[in-house]
Design a protein around this ligand. Sequence first.
Ligand code: NDP
Ligand code: PMR
Length: 399
Amino acid sequence: MALQAASLVASSFSIPKEGKCGAAFKDSSLFGFSLSEHVKADFTSSALRCKGGFNRRNGAVRAQTMATTTPAVNMSAPERKKTLRKGSVVITGASSGLGLATAKALAESGKWDVIMACRDFLKAERAAKAAGMPKENYTIMHLDLASLDSVRQFVDSFRRSGRPLDALVCNAAVYQPTANEPAFTAEGFELSVGTNHLGHFLLSRLLLEDLNKSDYPSRRLIIVGSITGNTNTLAGNVPPKANLGDMRGLAGGLNGLNSSAMVDGGNFDGAKAYKDSKVCNMLTMQEFHRRFHEETGITFASLYPGCIATTGLFREHIPLFRILFPPFQKYITKGYVSEEESGKRLAQVVSDPSLTKSGVYWSWNKASASFENQLSQEASDPEKARKVWEISEKLVGLA
Ligand code: NDP
Ligand code: PMR
């Protein structure tokens, strides 16, 4: 058992043998190689990339010089258009981790009514209470993203509640790194892409209408992305790497029967399915931006909140991974952030008046200042974004 665990960790931590990344790992000590140089390069390149602008030619989201420190949920009044009411924000997967920390930060600001859209009502209620969230500033509503019926029911109930929708945060996710066989959503889509991407795709497409109706000064649709879906980073080069390929599996419905359960049509790999789902999330945000920003004024954004190594996301990983991962991220990669800090970051993307730019993938530097980061080539490919959009529309019954 112990041996099996050790070999699983070793394989989890294996690195590519070919290409630039493999070469950069040569002088390593921990896990068989040192990270210091490469990690430095990774962070520095993020900082250096803080130049340029929106690359219209290939649609890439480029970094720019701008920095805002994190605790800006209680933004100062002058630049904020006066509004008589609180903002109303829906956060999916707010029963733990990043979603809960964001819900708490926004509820405590006193400026937001937070709708926690969760699959486990009781868990969410307990979590909100344990976090000490002010009762008057949150509501829990049922939403299971692994069922398109549930998504539609959520939208109906939300509309019947008569609340406005000023911001939507697509945060929930599942990660199945140790699964040998794919699991499926109610409609038969592979679970990770089905939940993290397709469930959110339908939800955000339906709720776009509600966001558009809102009279709130700044309306935002935020889709949580991740560094691990971006192969222009060290983290994104840890195998298995995200790769949507020609999307034949997605086009076939990810059902594992007459089509592969993987977007690229390959053999099932739970870790890759998660990373692919994050690429779909980041591409979806950009496609929303291209199709609707000008017309609606809504801000569409994504982010990498930092490595929140303690959350429930890793619940299905082997125990040894869960023990080693937080210290590895804290002391070796230095990419670690606490749940509280990550919640402040996402809350900032929801409500800070300086983060209204649309089509942006936000990240934070070591001083916790936000900057516009650059997505990988695949995660910023406009053709792929269009294709993900069009195939997803068909799969969720919108086209
Ligand atoms: P958690 O597991 O703590 O939170 C995930 C949330 O999603 C939980 O509330 C979970 O509900 C919910 N969820 C899962 N499946 C469904 C479903 N079918 N319907 C509705 N809700 C569902 O993980 P994190 O907080 O770490 O993850 C939040 C986001 O942050 C994800 O999008 C993830 O990709 C992203 N992220 C995380 C990083 C990290 O280092 N942790 C780094 C980069 C991005 P329940 O409580 O019922 O299980
Ligand atoms: Mg990673 C700067 C280096 C860095 C950062 C910021 C992360 C974030 N990771 C980094 C490096 C490495 N990781 C290296 C060098 C290795 C090989 C030893 C490594 C390994 C690793 C594993 C096995 N890392 C992981 C895993 C996971 O199972 C996590 C994952 O991919 O979940 C999808 C993960 C992560 N590393 C991160 C982040 C943020 C994650 C988790 C989550 C995510 O994308 O949501």
